[in-house]
Write a protein that binds this ligand. Structure first.
Ligand code: KIV
Ligand code: ZN
Length: 518
């Protein structure tokens, strides 16, 4: 049996659809490009029938990605399949991923269909998908709670209809490793045409067993595993890509399998996702948590210094973590900055270099030394991909134990300078209120996080906000040595995104009322 495990990444679909993880089209493209650098074999780009935004993002990813297979999810319904194909048909390596639930629980309570109706739907869907695309994956939703006899029957029929990948998800994270592994074993024993398909595992983490279950599937013949970066996903998340890949790499002698993942890109992928979604990774998270490679206990430090093998089962370098080297200071120019960014893996175009340089100067002016992690945070912040309506010219905040926090903010809109002040519950609240007075845009802050990018009292902080304007959610993020300025810039970015979305909507509306002359 082939010892290569196919890594199917669903960060942009199962991951992105979970609360707190949404990304806009530009952000999805950035993540997709990074996943390609990570060398995932397949990336599931989205669920095109779900919304126009999802459809557009999948279509753009399909047109951008060259090496990885790009998959689109669809229910076992012709309209869904057509929409999925419309989105990914132009990809270099497209895959249609169609699914239907197979457990009696879902059949009775959700689909209200009999087993034979579900079987017919599955066969029709797979055959139709196959008429459009050579690469078809079929998923039996809630497979782990399905009757094994029915599961074997539907798997055989789906392969006969043309499915080349069969996915057996533990949709609700209910299985334990022994059971999940056994399901794969039984399916391989009972389904006669199973050799014509690749078996895939897809595990949710409700009981914290997603990675263990996926490995049990691998030990029982699964040759594709579905996972997400940082383990993001519905409820407790999906199997974490980094954990699966490093388990396979570290224990390859025992497991006897390998992946093609470029593990040195793991840390960067994890950080990019955090910065795009604001979804923080816990410090003690395996592989990508801040403490994952930190040896604090004296006895451990002593051992690691004598020989790393005493306590280190994998190296930080193998996942792309470098020692945070001292880099540049305020006298460093564009050339040195571009060079250091290139060493860190970022080839910056002139416009991007200019943006990074300007941000870098602001930070370097405040602190003597700018570290790699801080530089990466500036680069990852991106330019948002939109023209900013308002620019922060300055702010002044008074706060203290005996003072009502008061902020004065100055914004620039084109050539116009706009100033206003407000009192708030705290200094950040006061700044946001002043901005709202200036712009007339009142938002509902649904998420606010602040984290330190590096160490030390002068460390750079990264602020992330999610704000609702007119019922639509916009993200904003910014890095700064000053937490109030960072918070202000992040909020302003969300405001600017809302302005850009409003403009795009107005343009679309204007176009739709233009009646052509005959
Ligand atoms: O968890 C699940 O069952 C899924 C399928 C749609 C593949 O995400
Ligand atoms: Zn899932």
């Amino acid at each position: 049996m082939d010892s290569r495990i196919i890594i199917f990444d669903t960060t942009l679909r199962d991951g992105e659809q979970s609360p707190g993880c949404s990304m806009n089209g530009d952000e999805k493209i950035r993540m997709a490009k990074q996943l390609e650098r990570l060398r995932v074999d397949v990336m599931e780009a989205g669920f095109p029938i779900a919304s126009t935004g999802d459809f557009e993002a999948v279509r753009r990813i399909a047109g951008t990605i060259e090496q990885s297979t790009v998959a689109a999810l669809c229910r076992a319904v012709q309209g869904d399949i057509d929409r999925a194909w419309e989105a990914i048909g132009s990809a270099r390596r497209p895959r249609i991923h169609t699914f239907i639930a197979t457990s009696d629980i879902h059949l009775v309570h959700k689909l209200r269909k009999t087993r034979s109706e579900v079987l017919n739907d599955a066969v029709r869907a797979v055959a139709y998908a196959k008429s459009l695309c050579d690469d078809v994956e079929f998923s039996c939703e809630d497979a782990s709670r399905s009757d094994i006899g029915f599961l074997a029957e539907i798997v055989a029929a789906a392969i006969e209809a043309g499915a080349n990948v069969i996915n057996l998800p533990d949709t609700v994270g209910y299985a334990i490793p022994r059971e999940y592994g056994q399901m794969f074993k039984t399916i391989r024993e009972r389904v006669q045409n199973i050799d014509r398909a690749i078996l895939s595992a897809h595990c949710h983490n409700d009981l914290g067993l997603a990675v263990a279950n996926s490995l049990a599937a691998v030990e029982n013949g699964a040759r594709q595993v579905e996972c997400t970066m940082n383990g993001i996903g519905e409820r407790a998340g999906n199997a974490a890509l980094e954990e699966l890949v490093l388990a396979i790499k570290t224990r390859h002698e025992t497991l006897g399998v390998h992946t093609a993942i470029h593990t040195e890109e793991i840390s960067r992928s994890s950080k990019l996702l955090t910065s795009l979604t604001g979804m923080m990774v816990q410090r003690n998270k395996a592989i990508v948590g801040a403490n994952a490679f930190a040896h604090e206990a004296g006895i451990h430090q002593d051992g690691v210094l004598k020989s790393a093998i005493t306590y280190e089962i994998m190296t930080p370098q193998s996942v792309g973590i470098r020692e945070s080297t001292l880099v540049l200071g305020k006298h460093s120019g564009r050339h040195a900055l571009r060079q250091r960014c290139a060493e860190l893996g970022y080839e910056l175009e002139p416009a991007e270099l200019e943006r990074v340089y300007q941000e870098f100067c602001v930070i370097a002016d405040r602190k003597k030394e700018v570290f790699d992690d801080e530089l990466i945070a500036i680069v990852e912040q991106g330019d948002g991909g939109f023209v900013e309506e308002y620019h922060l010219e300055g702010l002044h905040v008074s706060t203290g134990t005996a003072l009502r926090p008061t902020a004065t903010v100055e914004l620039r809109r084109a050539e116009e300078r706009l100033v206003d002040s407000a009192i708030g519950d705290g200094p950040v609240d006061a700044v946001y209120k002043a901005m709202e007075r200036i712009t007339g845009m009142v938002g509902k802050l649904t998420e606010y996080t602040l984290k330190s990018v590096s160490l030390g009292h002068d460390a750079v902080g990264e602020a992330f906000v999610r704000v609702m304007f007119d019922g639509v959610q916009f993200n904003g993020r910014a890095v700064s040595t000053d937490v109030i300025t960072g918070s202000a810039k992040a909020y302003l970015e969300a405001m600017n995104r809302a302005c850009a979305a409003r403009k795009r909507k107005e343009e679309r509306e204007q176009q739709s009322v233009i009646v052509p002359h005959t």
